[in-house]
Design a protein around this ligand. Structure first.
Ligand code: GCU
Length: 343
């Protein structure tokens, strides 16, 4: 599972010096898209559908290349490459975008969405996502599509987590975002922020006692080879976002831009469909082949511990209150189902 990653600066230099913007034998612009998942992951499947869609319609002008598995660097490095235009697009977890714009803090809140239906309805609602997705334009990129990444739950090497108290003294890897670090503090665990590609080795070498993610991380990233308890506390539903370099998007001719926009919607649709069966498959493989035990704790104590974060966010960023309220309306329409977290 060891990954070899190319430092962003090196890659950026290689792209600028050696690879240029056009294929060697023609004048098509190469559109580079990076992400950190394996080639079997729904994200990759969706981006390949995007590649096919764009090339079928605009193949005389654009050659889309999808780079999986952190080939272009970690997510943070890829975001930096997309900022400068060294690459055109990448997939980033909403979590890490919090450090680029405060507005992204909202979707990182634990127990923000009452159910996966409320989560999907909110993310499909441009009145909720619009201003947030645009808020990194001054940083050089914007979000063009959201990608389902399921619900995040704790999993540990050898400690079943049934109550927040079980997290005490455990070092848990979280994504690099202040909200995630604060969430772990409120839950009583010890947050160890690190990039996704480093988690497997950190688990194996016992630098950390566990992590938190969706079920696919158990199989696709091998975390279930080491962690034997996966506990459905349902603390977050954090979307991944396809982000694009603004200079590139802004210089697209209107007709091409319309095709790209259609392609962005396709990414969302294909990924969401693939996601449902991929999670089922991961769960089955984790239980049967990796010996992972799935636990279903009462989510209420986890939720209670995390709730102060909501008010903290509203106090720090009052301009996000109307968006937060709009999410509550989706929550009221799609309340928590049995077995799901939420408020
Ligand atoms: C999920 C998510 C990734 C993210 C990863 C992480 O797999 O889809 O975008 O990088 O979690 O925990 O870092």
């Amino acid at each position: 599972m060891k990954r070899i990653t190319i430092p962003a600066a090196l890659l950026s230099a290689a792209l600028l010096l050696g690879l240029g913007g056009c294929a060697a034998d023609d004048s098509r612009e190469i559109i580079r898209i990076g992400h950190n998942q394996a080639t079997t992951h729904p994200t990759h499947v969706a981006l390949l559908a995007f590649e096919e869609f764009i090339e079928e319609r605009l193949g005389d002008r654009y050659d889309v290349e999808v780079y999986p598995s952190e080939l272009l660097g970690s997510q943070t490095e890829m975001v930096q490459l997309a900022q400068t235009g060294a690459i055109h697009f990448c997939v980033a977890s909403n979590s890490i975008l919090e450090t680029f714009s405060d507005n992204y803090t909202l979707f990182n809140l634990p127990y923000l969405f009452a159910s996966s239906e409320a989560y999907h309805a909110s993310m499909d609602d441009p009145a909720i996502t619009g201003a947030i997705f645009d808020s990194t334009r001054q940083a050089g990129f914007e979000a063009v599509a959201w990608i389902d990444a399921g619900a995040r739950n704790f999993y540990t090497v050898d400690t079943p987590v049934n109550r927040p108290e079980d997290l005490r003294g455990l070092k848990i890897r979280v994504q690099q975002s202040p909200t995630n670090v604060e969430m772990m503090r409120l839950l009583g665990g010890s947050a160890t922020p690190m990039g996704f590609g480093e988690v497997y080795t950190a688990l194996q070498s016992k630098i950390i006692d566990g992590a938190e993610n969706n079920e696919i991380a158990l199989t696709s990233n091998g975390h279930g080879d080491v962690c034997k308890y996966y506990s459905y506390d349902m603390h977050q539903m954090i979307p991944d976002l396809l982000i694009g370099n603004c200079d590139f998007l802004d210089r697209l001719p209107a007709g091409d831009r319309a095709v790209f926009e259609e392609g962005f919607r396709l990414v969302n649709q294909v990924e969401r469909t693939a996601w449902v069966s991929a999670v089922e498959e991961a769960k089955q493989t984790a239980a049967e082949r990796q010996g992972v035990q799935f636990l279903y704790p009462d989510t209420a104590p986890f939720q209670q511990a995390c709730m102060p974060l909501h008010q903290q966010m509203l106090d720090a960023y009052p301009s996000l209150a109307p968006v937060y309220d709009a999410i509550q309306r989706h929550n009221a329409e799609h309340p928590s189902a049995a077995g799901e977290g939420g408020i």
